[in-house]
Every structure is written in structure tokens, then in C-alpha cells.
Design a binder for this molecule. Structure first.
Ligand code: 13P
Length: 252
């Protein structure tokens, strides 16, 4: 059975103090919610990761890193390794976010390396991909998504796929207030599931969760989450306050 997942990507938001406050609020609010086969994940920045990991230890909230270096260790100034992330009891990492692709030069090829390093270090991966507006307008969105997934993930074994969560984030819908319609999300998610089905055994397809990301808010979440192949959301803006984020958890 596929897990339902609501994951909050805090991006470069929240100071140490603000992060502490938000974690506290989330811990309090989540006690009121009965979760059924649902995972709740937050991804604070590196400076707030250890504290968040510690403070959520005995709760249902899981913590993820937002990025990770492909190299294991050594002279890579400013980078954070997979083993460093694991050493603070964080077991998840977001890879391939469109902001990392657009502003920090990450490519399908460099992401394939990060994926390998993360799996080698027993990190579960939330792998992001999605087309830009131009590509959707040209009708190339399926082709683009197919390439992104194939190049970064199709060298993996079925066993590896147990540690993969997919996140379809159309770039034109991120932080713009413009969401893909529930039908557009469903159409792409069904396409992705079919793509995975053609390459892997049915066990992989049945278990892989596919999240939608891009301007998901309390007002539109229910409709998007109700679609058959949408297993949850990767949330930016609405993950930055407890009330909105919990509304999304309730919506699922
Ligand atoms: P928004 O929800 O702010 O559009 O961000 C989505 C996102 O990029 C999550 O990773």
C-alpha cells in the first residue's frame, strides 16, 4: 500500500529561533490529528536540522534535509555529506528540487550521483522533477519528466526503489499561486506510474508514493489530494506556518 505523505520544504526560511517555534507548534497541533497511513515530514535548513530532529524524536513528524553533496567527504568547502545528515538522525533528503536545478546548476547526471550516494548511506530520497512553463506550452511536459526520471533513477534496482518518493513539481506552479489543476496533476502522476511500471516489477509501482508540489494551499489541497495517483504533497509556502500545514495534513 502506498503511504500518504505531506512534506513541508521550508527552503531558505526560518532562523534558528523561528524554526524552534514552528516545530513546537507543529508538535502540539499534530497530537490532535489521527493519522491513517500518513507520513508527515518537515525539511528545515541545515542550521536548524539537528534541533528539529532532536525535538521531533518521539513524535510522528519526520525530518528531511533539503540537499546533500554527492561526494562522501573531503575538500568540498561549504558542502554537507550524507553521513553527516545520518549522524544527526535524519533519514530523508530532498534531491533534484527545481530551485537547485535552476540556481545551482544541478543536472540529471549530477543528481544520479547524489541519488547513489544517498542510497549508499541509507537515506530515503524525495526526488523532485517537473517541467517549466515553456515546456508545458510546447506540449513537451511528458517528455521532459520522462527524461528527468529515467536519467536520475532508472539505473536503480527494484530494491533501491523502496527508498524513493517521487515529487512532481511543475516549475510554473512553484511559489506562483498558480497550481496545476487536479486533472493536470492526475494526468501526469498516472503517466509517471505507467513509466515506472514499464521498467520495474509491480511491487515498485504499487509502493512508490508520488507527491504533487506547486502552490498547494488549504483551499485547494483536498481536491488535488483526492486524485487517484496523487499520494500527497510537497509544500513550500503553506508549510511555513503550523495552521496551514496542519490543514493540509487534515486534508489528506
Ligand atoms: P510552493 O508550495 O510555495 O509553491 O512551493 C512548492 C515547492 O517548491 C515545494 O518543494
Amino acid at each position: 500500500m502506498r503511504s500518504k505523505i505531506v512534506a513541508g520544504n521550508w527552503k531558505m526560511n526560518k532562523t534558528y529561533q523561528e524554526s524552534k517555534t514552528l516545530v513546537k507548534e507543529l508538535k502540539k497541533a499534530i497530537k490532535e490529528i489521527k493519522l491513517d497511513n500518513t507520513r508527515v515530514i518537515i525539511a528545515p535548513t541545515f542550521t536548524n536540522l539537528q534541533k528539529a530532529s532532536k525535538k521531533t524524536k518521539d513524535t510522528v513528524i519526520e525530518v528531511a534535509a533539503q540537499n546533500m553533496c554527492a561526494m562522501e567527504s573531503g575538500a568540498y568547502t561549504g558542502e554537507i555529506s550524507a553521513s553527516m545528515i545520518k549522524s544527526i538522525h535524519v533519514d530523508l533528503v530532498i534531491l533534484g528540487h527545481s530551485e537547485r536545478r535552476a540556481y545551482f546548476g544541478e543536472t540529471d547526471e549530477s543528481l544520479a550521483k547524489k541519488v547513489d550516494t544517498a542510497l549508499k548511506n541509507n537515506l530515503e530520497i524525495i526526488f523532485c522533477f517537473g517541467e517549466v512553463l515553456e515546456e508545458r506550452k510546447n506540449g513537451n511536459h511528458f517528455k521532459v519528466v520522462e527524461e528527468q526520471i529515467k536519467k536520475a533513477l532508472f539505473h536503480l534496482t527494484s530494491e533501491d526503489w523502496k527508498h524513493i518518493i517521487l515529487a512532481y513539481e511543475p516549475v510554473w506552479a512553484i511559489g506562483t499561486g498558480e497550481t496545476a489543476s487536479p486533472e493536470q496533476a492526475q494526468e501526469m502522476h498516472a503517466f509517471i506510474r505507467e513509466l515506472v511500471a514499464e521498467r520495474y516489477i509491480s511491487d515498485v509501482v504499487e509502493k512508490v508514493s508520488i507527491l504533487y508540489g506547486g502552490s498547494v494551499k488549504p483551499a485547494n489541497a483536498k481536491e488535488i489530494f483526492s486524485k487517484e495517483d496523487v499520494d500527497g504533497g510537497l509544500i513550500g509556502g503553506a508549510a511555513l506556518n503550523a495552521e496551514d500545514f496542519m490543514a493540509l495534513v487534515k486534508a489528506i
